[in-house]
Design a protein around this ligand. Structure first.
Ligand SMILES: CC(C)(COP(=O)(O)OP(=O)(O)OC[C@H]1O[C@@H](n2cnc3c(N)ncnc32)[C@H](O)[C@@H]1OP(=O)(O)O)[C@@H](O)C(=O)NCCC(=O)NCCS
Length: 499
């Protein structure tokens, strides 16, 4: 097995110059390309051409395995050593000593706040926790069983319509040169996101939405909005508040993960931050990203008991299954966040009792960490391996997991938004493609086209088929397939029952 990050050529002895010499064997020409911060500019490869009329050489990198799209000073990761730092502070120190709100300040403004700055920052966020009554009505119009992540994404997107003064489409592309306006949107997004998340949760379980209480801490208030019934002074348990705070800290940023790259991509158009956060949250919703901890739980439930672990791992090795919560694009050693979470697991278990899935998870981890297949591929537990078990033990339904990820990750998304908009190198994201399709096709008039059977023409739901075989002229006027013929299913129904 060869890693895509392995160098294909041997490295020559250092010449003392920070350049790369490239010889194009098609032409025999040699090019010297600058190396800065271990990086070459992709555009420096463009002049390498066989013929003057050629487009020039591009870099092919599906999934951005080895492509830097920005310079950043927010989060440092050393995937081989298992190091994660926000603005130079280790994740272990921050999880042990900080609150999530303090970490959000650190990520966005670049340094730890003074006591006064923290108080002001906290009160600004907590004073923006109420959501507009129209937004509440919008949330209430969702179906009773709507996935809370769908509600969160739609509500965040809807928020862009509530603040016209914050919309560059209405007020001008450069409005965010005004830092006060930028900060106000940050207060709103960080303040209102837990309220939206709590409303989505209460909607799902059929209970009235709770108003926020800004005398509580950020995570306390969130748990309060989830759980308060009729109590006048409901206060969540401090162990759970602190556990959630730690979970929020370790999830707050992770440099250019898929959702943060999405945030930067969308924000590069200078759209309003609500639309950009809604898009980033959509990226986070996928099972290979924020949905992975939900998938871990389903996997543990499917394994069912410790005896089934060897056969499950065999299926993984035969690529019939994926070991969810293992492997990471960046970490090629133990994810430092998973280590912190293993401790949080014990704190939550001490209060609420041990989750039976933990035994399977621990054994699964032990087996995988001593198995050649996983060792060779540098597959270790990632943050999602334990977060799902903690959330489940804390009583969260699995569909809330990506929501619980989105709330803290919004701090990271916003830190990248702020950094990106002040970056002199900012350009609208516009990758290139390698076009391998047809060229110069001759247009065929509709009546002369013969189309082969495809997915569209063979599809018909049971209801459509029933309607299509009816005698109703209007129903029959609806084209049945792309080429106007009856679908295979309706043809087979007709041949069985007659037209
Ligand atoms: C996170 C993830 C998407 C990273 O993928 P990636 O960087 O593209 O890694 P690759 O798909 O190139 O994997 C390299 C090799 O390891 C294997 N591999 C990677 N993750 C694996 C997993 N979780 N289970 C089994 N095999 C895995 C791949 O099959 C591949 O094997 P091969 O060389 O024999 O083809 C991937 O590890 C994964 O799907 N993990 C499970 C989902 C998860 O936990 N996501 C949360 C991330 S925080």
């Amino acid at each position: 097995m060869s890693s895509p990050l392995e160098s294909p050529t041997t490295v020559s002895p250092p010449s003392g110059k920070n350049t790369l010499t490239v010889t194009d064997n098609r032409t025999g020409k040699t090019y010297e390309i600058a190396i800065t911060n271990e990086t070459c500019k992709a555009l420096d490869f463009r002049p390498i051409k066989e013929n003057p009329s050629d487009f020039g050489t591009m870099i092919y990198d599906p999934g951005y395995y080895n492509t830097a799209v920005c310079k950043s000073q927010i989060t440092y990761i050393d995937g081989d050593q298992g190091i994660l730092e926000y603005r130079g502070y280790s994740i272990e120190d921050l999880a042990a000593n900080s609150s999530f709100v303090e970490v959000a300040y650190l990520l966005i403004f670049g340094s730890l706040p003074s006591s006064n700055q923290l108080n002001l920052w906290n009160s600004k966020i907590m004073n923006h926790t109420f959501i507009h009554e129209n937004l509440i009505q919008l949330m209430k119009s969702f179906r009773y069983d709507a996935h809370p992540m769908g509600m969160l994404i739609s509500s965040m997107s809807a928020m862009s319509t509530f603040y016209p003064e914050a919309n560059p489409a209405l007020k001008g592309a450069d409005i965010y040169k005004n830092k006060a306006l930028m900060n106000k949107q940050i207060f709103r997004i960080l303040g209102k996101l837990p309220t939206i998340a709590a409303c989505a949760y209460r909607h799902r379980i059929g209970r009235p939405y709770n108003n926020p209480t800004n005398t509580l801490s950020y995570t306390e208030n969130f748990l309060y909005m989830l759980d308060r019934l009729s109590e006048t002074n409901y206060k969540p348990h401090p162990v759970l508040t602190r556990a959630l705070d730690k979970l929020f800290i370790i999830h707050a940023d992770h440099e250019l993960n898929c959702s943060t790259a999405t945030m930067r991509q969308i924000a590069s158009t200078l759209v309003d931050p609500y639309s950009a956060v809604a898009g980033a949250a959509s990226a986070l919703y996928g099972p290979l990203h924020g949905g992975a901890n939900e998938a871990v739980l389903r996997m543990l439930e499917q394994i069912g008991s410790v005896e089934n672990i060897p056969s499950f791992l065999e299926a993984v090795k035969q690529k019939k299954q994926r070991l969810m919560g293992f492997g990471h694009r960046v970490y090629k050693s133990y994810d430092p966040r998973a280590k912190i979470l293993k401790e949080v697991t014990q704190e939550v278990f001490a209060l609420l009792g041990k989750n039976p899935l933990m035994e399977i998870a621990t054994e699964l981890e032990r087996h995988a960490l001593t198995d050649r297949y996983f060792i060779d591929r540098q597959l270790y537990p990632n943050v999602d391996f334990y977060s799902g078990i903690i959330y489940k033990t804390m009583g969260f339904p699995t569909d809330m997991f990506p929501v619980l990820f989105s709330i803290p990750r919004a701090a990271g998304w916003l830190a990248h938004w702020v950094e990106e908009l002040s970056d002199a190198d900012l350009r609208i994201f516009r990758p290139r493609q390698i076009y391998l399709g047809k060229r110069g096709e001759k247009y065929i008039p509709l009546e002369n086209r013969v189309s082969p059977q495809n997915e569209l023409s063979s599809y018909a739901s049971g209801m459509s088929s029933r309607r299509q075989v009816s005698d109703n002229d209007e129903t029959n006027a609806i084209p049945k397939t792309a080429n106007g013929s009856k679908s295979m299913l309706s043809q087979s129904i007709e041949s069985t029952f007659g037209n």
